[in-house]
Design a protein. Structure first.
Length: 381
C-alpha cells in the first residue's frame, strides 16, 4: 500500500506512464520476471514506464487493464510463503505478422528506452530469407530492423536487455545484428551507432517460473507461478553509463561470468544429473528429494563433486548450493524430469562434462556420481 501511495503522490497514474520498453516475447518467464519488476518499480514512484509486447500471434488477454497475477510461493529465509502479486505493466500486445508496422512506429518513439528479449538458444540465428522490407522471422532480423528504423528517425539510442540463458547473450546478439545489417547492406554509420551509442548488457536471469495446477489455471488462465528467489545480474559495459531502474532483483557486476558459471554448474548441472540418474524412477525433482537415498545422492553430488571444483575460484559457492537445494525442495514447483531432459546431450556437455574434467584434474580420480549421471541409465518399467 505504501508503494502504491508513493506512486500516486509522486508519479503519473500507472496507465498514463509512457511506453518505454519494447519486449520480444510474452511468455510466462518474462511476465513473471521483467514485467513484474517493471510494475513494482512503477509502483515505487520510479516511473520506468509501460511495456509493448511483440509476439508471433498476440495474446489478447494480456491487454486487460487489470493485468494478471503472479503466485509467488516457496521457501524464503527458511519459511514457506505464498502470496499473489498483481502485474499491470503491459500496455499493448502486437502480433508481428499482422502489426509489424505498429512495431516499427513504436521503434521511432522518443519514449522508448529499453528492448527486452527472451528467445531460446535456437533463436540466436540468422535466416537468409529475412528481408529488410518484410517481417523478419528471426529475433536478430526483427531487432536489426527495429534499430535501423530508430536510427533513420534520428531517435536516441536504446539499451538492450536480452534474457536468454546464453553466456554473453548481449554480445552475441549485437554480433548477429551487425552481421544482419551487413547482409542488408546498411551503412557503416548504422553499425557504429549500434556498437558505440546503444548499450548491450550481458545478463544472467535466475528464477524458476512454472504453470499453476490445472484447478488454478481453469479459474485464472493468466496466472503464473514463481519461486520467491530471483536474481538478474547485468554486466556493466566498459566506458558507458548504465541508466536502469532500481529493484532488489537487479545486481550490476563488472563481470557476470562467475554468476553464470556458478548457476550453470550447480543449479543446472544438478538438474541434468538428476535426469541422468533418476529419469524413469521419479517424475519430478520434488519426488527425488522426498526419497531419502535419492536426496542423499543429490546432496553428495552437489557438495562433494560440484562445489569443490568451484569453491577455490568463486565466491559464495557453498551458500549458493545451500540456496539451490532449498529451491529444489519447494513443494509447489513440480519440475518434471522429462521437461528438464529436453536437449539432454547438449546439457550434459555444457553443465556436467566440464565439472567431470576439472574434478579429475584436481583430485586425480573421476567423480563417481557424475559418472553415474552421464552413463546411460535403464528406464524403469
Amino acid at each position: 500500500m505504501a508503494a502504491r501511495a508513493l506512486n500516486e503522490e509522486n508519479a503519473l497514474p500507472m496507465n498514463n506512464l509512457p511506453e518505454s520498453i519494447l519486449q520480444f516475447g510474452g511468455g510466462r518467464f518474462l511476465r513473471a520476471f521483467v514485467d513484474r519488476f517493471v510494475h513494482q518499480t512503477n509502483e515505487s514512484g520510479q516511473q520506468v514506464g509501460r511495456i509493448v509486447v511483440v509476439q508471433r500471434s498476440a495474446d489478447e488477454r494480456l491487454r486487460l487493464p487489470d493485468g494478471y497475477d503472479v503466485l509467488v510461493r516457496g521457501y524464503q529465509d527458511g519459511e514457506l510463503i505464498e502470496r499473489r502479486e498483481r502485474v499491470q505493466s503491459i500496455s499493448r500486445v502486437l502480433a508481428a505478422d499482422r502489426q509489424w508496422a505498429d512495431v516499427l512506429a513504436f521503434a521511432k518513439s522518443p519514449s522508448l528506452r529499453f528492448i527486452v528479449s527472451n528467445a531460446t538458444e535456437s533463436g540466436y540465428v540468422l535466416d537468409a530469407k529475412d528481408q529488410l522490407d518484410s517481417v523478419p522471422a528471426t529475433l536478430p532480423g526483427k531487432l536489426t530492423q527495429v534499430l535501423w528504423t530508430r536510427f533513420r528517425a534520428g531517435a536516441a539510442p536504446v539499451t538492450m536487455l536480452p534474457c536468454e540463458l546464453i553466456e554473453c547473450n548481449a554480445a552475441k546478439l549485437a554480433e548477429l545484428a551487425a552481421t544482419q545489417s551487413l547482409a542488408w547492406r546498411l551503412p557503416d554509420e548504422f553499425r557504429g551507432w549500434m556498437r558505440e551509442e546503444c548499450v548491450w548488457l550481458n545478463s544472467l536471469v535466475d528464477c524458476i517460473v512454472t504453470m499453476p495446477e490445472p484447478t488454478l489455471a481453469q479459474t485464472d488462465p493468466l496466472l503464473i507461478c514463481a519461486e520467491p528467489y530471483y536474481l538478474w545480474v547485468l554486466e556493466k559495459p566498459i566506458g558507458k553509463n548504465v541508466k536502469l531502474f532500481d529493484h532488489p532483483a537487479i545486481r550490476l557486476a563488472d563481470d557476470i561470468a562467475p554468476f553464470f558459471l556458478r548457476k550453470v554448474r550447480i543449479l543446472n548441472g544438478t538438474h541434468t544429473a538428476m535426469v541422468g540418474k533418476f529419469l524413469g524412477r521419479f517424475e519430478t525433482v520434488q519426488e527425488v528429494l522426498d526419497d531419502r537415498a535419492a536426496a542423499r545422492w543429490v546432496r553428495d553430488l552437489m557438495y562433494e563433486e560440484i562445489v569443490p571444483t568451484l569453491a577455490y575460484r568463486l565466491d559464495e559457492v557453498a551458500a549458493f548450493a545451500d540456496q539451490t537445494y532449498e529451491r529444489f525442495s519447494n513443494p509447489f514447483t513440480h519440475q518434471k524430469l522429462a521437461d528438464i531432459a529436453k536437449g539432454h546431450a547438449d546439457k550434459v556437455r555444457v553443465r556436467l562434462e566440464p565439472t567431470r574434467q576439472e574434478y579429475e584434474r584436481l583430485f586425480g580420480k573421476p567423480p563417481a556420481r557424475i559418472v553415474e549421471a552421464v552413463r546411460p541409465q535403464p528406464l524403469a518399467v
